[in-house]
Design a binder for this molecule. Structure first.
Ligand SMILES: NC(=O)c1ccc[n+]([C@@H]2O[C@H](COP(=O)([O-])OP(=O)(O)OC[C@H]3O[C@@H](n4cnc5c(N)ncnc54)[C@H](O)[C@@H]3O)[C@@H](O)[C@H]2O)c1
Length: 477
């Protein structure tokens, strides 16, 4: 087999790319180790890091196909189930639970789940004798704790969507339950499994920029996404779900803690809801955008613009045909997604800042901002020997002293296996590492085991406490 064909079979070579001979020669060994060396000479420059951070192939190395059940067959449940479609020899879906019959049946049919293993409420599934190795829990935020505890009691290992639970006490109880049962819980800190963040993390840990002294990290939500999820949508009410610092940004606190690699000691936070409230409604704005709003044509948050014209985030509607504009308008007339952003019963802040101090006096600031044109986290890391500036797609290291820069700019979207995996490729990387952890009964296969996840959740709850009290909070894990 030619080298190029070999890499093509691995899903590594994108159209038009040629493999550097020295890497092609290494390819068989790379395949055995489960690592894919990626190199695209079209982007080669003196200062590229691409070859130094080989990407792990997505297929888990397991001794047998692992059986899983999906609890919550919505957006995230479907995302993780894609793994079984990609690698049916590694993961098989043998049970599904969703109170939405359409979603339950759609997933069950796709994976040939036996009729007697299709359940509505998760209690129906979890009251059966254990019939799979693991449970993937993707129910709404307020339904993480209960099914997770029940699944652990039944002997399942668990993938648990973030945030772990609605309170710190419940998060601690999940941690305690893993100790009591000896089972594994992988919380979906999916960014940790994205090649960009892995490269960023590994570079810092290698000492390349000396000691990390401070980090600035920003999560731009995008104005329309804020309106979709945190004003109109599922996470608009912090009491029924979780505060936005956990619902949206527990990933970010986790990433900062991971890169600093030292415990967080204190956190202080501020932030509020500035725009999306009654008093800011333009004159004459009706309750719904579809009620003949006089501002519809100029309002950036118009539901008609976001869903009908721009066709953003239509998955929430379960439409047979996403191009059926009549069906979209019908949804805008009957669901929260058509409500005027100034007439919703929302309470999540639209801007949020946190300052953290870690062991050794390392500092980090974090901001979450609704008023940005698009998403894509930005990170600046200040080390004693260099500075990193990244935007979730690429990062550049500038070394101090003589001008010297290097850039990591691998396009994950060009790698066939990773092309359709969300969160920069992290969604399916998490499933791979979880399956390996389950197969070997060893949670060290996970980038963030349950103890690590508990720590960043404690930081999130402390941030919210500080935002409300105005006081700096000590972190005690
Ligand atoms: N890791 C990430 O980056 C990430 C991204 C988005 C969402 N999330 C989290 O994932 C979770 C799910 O979010 P989503 O966007 O998939 O929501 P979703 O509404 O699309 O899916 C949730 C599903 O759970 C089902 N459900 C509700 N109650 C149930 C019950 N009692 N038994 C069984 N099924 C039940 C619903 O019918 C729905 O289909 C949330 O907690 C969310 O915060 C994580």
């Amino acid at each position: 087999m030619k080298r190029r064909d070999f890499l093509k079979n691995l899903g590594v070579v994108s159209a038009g790319a040629v493999v550097a001979p020295e890497l092609a020669a290494k390819a068989p060994a790379a395949a055995e180790s489960g690592l894919m060396d990626i190199f695209n000479p079209e982007r080669k420059s003196a200062g590229e890091f691409n070859t130094r951070f080989p990407i792990k192939a997505l297929k888990a190395k397991v001794s047998r196909p692992l059986k899983v059940v999906i609890i919550g067959a919505g957006n995230r449940g479907r995302t993780y189930s894609n793994y079984a479609q990609l690698f049916p020899e590694v993961m098989q879906i043998v049970g599904v639970s969703d109170i939405n019959p359409h979603r339950k049946e759609a997933m069950a049919k796709k994976f040939n789940v036996a009729p007697e293993r299709r359940y509505g409420h998760y209690d129906e599934l979890l009251s059966q004798e254990k019939f799979a190795d693991a449970a993937i829990i993707c129910t709404p935020d307020n339904l993480h704790f209960d099914p997770c505890i029940k699944a652990l009691d039944k002997g399942y290992d668990v993938i648990l969507e973030k945030p772990m639970a609605q309170t710190e006490k419940e998060c601690r109880a999940i941690y305690a339950k893993t100790k009591q049962t000896g089972r594994i819980v992988a919380v979906c800190h999916v960014l940790r499994y994205a090649p960009y963040f892995l490269a960023l993390h590994d570079l810092v840990q290698s000492g390349e920029i000396g000691d990390v002294v401070s980090i600035q990290h920003m999560e731009p939500i995008a104005y329309w996404h804020m309106a979709h999820s945190y004003v109109r949508g599922n996470w608009h009410d912090s009491k029924k779900t979780t505060p936005i610092i956990l619902a949206k940004s527990c990933h970010d606190l986790d990433i900062i803690r991971w890169i600093v690699n030292k415990p967080c000691q204190t956190i202080v936070a501020d932030g509020s809801l500035y725009l999306f409230k009654e008093e800011n409604a333009p004159k004459g704005a009706p309750l719904r955008c579809t009620d003949g709003c006089p501002h519809e044509a100029t309002c950036p948050f118009s539901a008609i613009d976001i869903y009908k014209r721009k066709k953003l985030s239509l998955k929430v509607f379960d439409l047979e045909d996403p191009n059926d504009e009549n069906a979209i308008v019908e949804k805008l007339k009957t669901t929260n997604y058509g409500r005027c952003v100034y007439h919703c019963d929302n309470d999540q802040p639209d801007h949020y800042v946190c300052n953290m101090v870690f062991e050794g006096g390392i500092t980090s600031s974090f901001t979450m901002d609704a008023f940005t044109p698009s998403g894509g986290r930005r990170t600046r890391i200040m080390g004693t020997k260099g500075f990193i500036d990244g935007d979730s797609k690429q990062f550049t290291v500038t070394y101090f002293g003589p001008e010297n820069r290097k850039t990591w700019n691998l396009k994950v979207s060009e790698i066939a296996e990773y092309a359709h995996a969300g969160h920069g490729g992290g969604d399916l990387g998490l499933v791979r590492d979880f399956l390996e952890a389950v197969d070997k009964h060893d949670d060290s296969h996970l980038s963030s085991n349950i103890k690590v996840s508990l720590e960043s959740h404690v930081m999130g709850f402390a941030a919210e406490k500080s935002r409300r009290s105005g006081k700096k909070e000590k972190i005690k894990v």
